[in-house]
Design a protein around this ligand. Structure first.
Ligand SMILES: NC(=O)C1=CN([C@@H]2O[C@H](COP(=O)(O)OP(=O)(O)OC[C@H]3O[C@@H](n4cnc5c(N)ncnc54)[C@H](O)[C@@H]3O)[C@@H](O)[C@H]2O)C=CC1
Ligand SMILES: [Mg+2]
Ligand SMILES: [Zn+2]
Length: 276
């Protein structure tokens, strides 16, 4: 079956097509979903910050219309990307995830970071351009390591003060300049729980559009040390037996996938599939 959503750089000067609308309140939806007639949206008289042509859904051209500030539109509501992710029908989620990242990037690159002048879209390329500096700004992607640490039938899970009550997850953190993925993983594990790890194995990756992370998922084995939670960052960290786990992260996350995969292998269950 062909992919329903395919990214592309479309010319905003072209007419017609469909659009998703984004504002400070999230994405617009009504009883029909998140895709609106582009002409209808542009005819509402709401101030538009910018427009980007972002791809095709079922072969139809799709644009992103970014509104300024908070907006009320009759018979429509706004909802954040996380809520769309948690809904059971997420055929539009990949489209919205992409639109959110393009929207965030475009919003933050309307002016040249070097000279401060207004930038323009580069035809046929996903880039904002400063003529004076001959500088192109591309969408930003932030590599983040995420790792499940195991010790036989036990897995290490931690909770951040930001998490839902009682929920525990794997350790994660952003790569810093000068680091390899493995360097970052070892540093984050030391910082967050004070442990040493060995046998680091890459497992899978996931685009995480909150707001622009690229999650690189690993498995690692415990190699030494006592758990020392990082003040302010880690509220609690402990070993859990694979048959006695706390509340875990949402089903679409690579954190959940790394946990489910190890548990399945350990208990001889069917292996999970990472949601695309
Ligand atoms: N998809 C998944 O299953 C999961 C995804 N994540 C994501 O992984 C990322 C990293 O997780 P955390 O433990 O929160 O990171 P972290 O341990 O590196 O701490 C976050 C801190 O890093 C700094 N920071 C923020 N953005 C940054 C950037 N782009 N580059 C470098 N440093 C930055 C800030 O000081 C922030 O407070 C986040 O985007 C988080 O949403 C985390 C866990 C699960
Ligand atoms: Mg972290
Ligand atoms: Zn410039």
């Amino acid at each position: 079956m062909p992919e329903r959503w395919i990214t592309a750089v479309l010319d905003p000067a072209a007419s017609g097509g469909w659009a998703v609308a984004r504002s400070a309140q999230g994405f617009l939806y009504d009883s029909q979903g998140v895709l609106f007639s582009r002409d209808w949206l542009k005819g509402l008289g709401v101030p538009i910050l910018f427009e980007h042509g972002i791809g095709h859904f079922d072969q139809q051209p799709i644009y992103l219309i970014e509104f300024e500030g908070s907006v009320h539109i009759d018979n429509c509501q706004w909802q954040g990307l996380r809520q769309f992710m948690l809904q059971p029908h997420f055929e539009h989620f990949r489209l919205l995830a992409y639109a959110a990242q393009i929207g965030t990037w475009a919003r933050e690159h309307r002016f040249c970071g070097s000279c401060g002048r207004a930038t323009v879209q580069v035809p046929g390329e996903r880039a904002m351009y400063c003529d004076r500096c001959d500088l192109r700004a591309y969408p930003r992607i932030s590599p983040s390591m995420i790792v499940l640490i195991t010790r036989g039938d036990e897995i290490l899970l931690a909770r951040s003060p930001r998490f839902a009550i009682n929920m525990y997850s794997t350790l994660a953190g952003f790569a810093e300049p000068g680091e390899s993925a493995e360097d970052c993983l070892v540093r984050e594990v030391r910082e967050e729980v004070g442990l040493e790890v060995a046998n680091i194995q890459y497992v899978a990756s996931q685009c995480w559009p909150f707001p622009h992370s690229m999650m690189l998922g690993f498995h690692a084995e415990y190699a030494g040390g006592e758990i020392v939670p990082q003040p302010d960052e880690i509220e609690d960290a402990r070993w859990f037996r694979v048959n006695d786990l706390p509340p875990l992260p949402a089903g679409r996350s690579i954190a959940r996938y790394l946990i489910d995969l190890y548990v399945a292998r350990r208990l001889g269950l069917a292996e999970p599939v990472l949601p695309g």
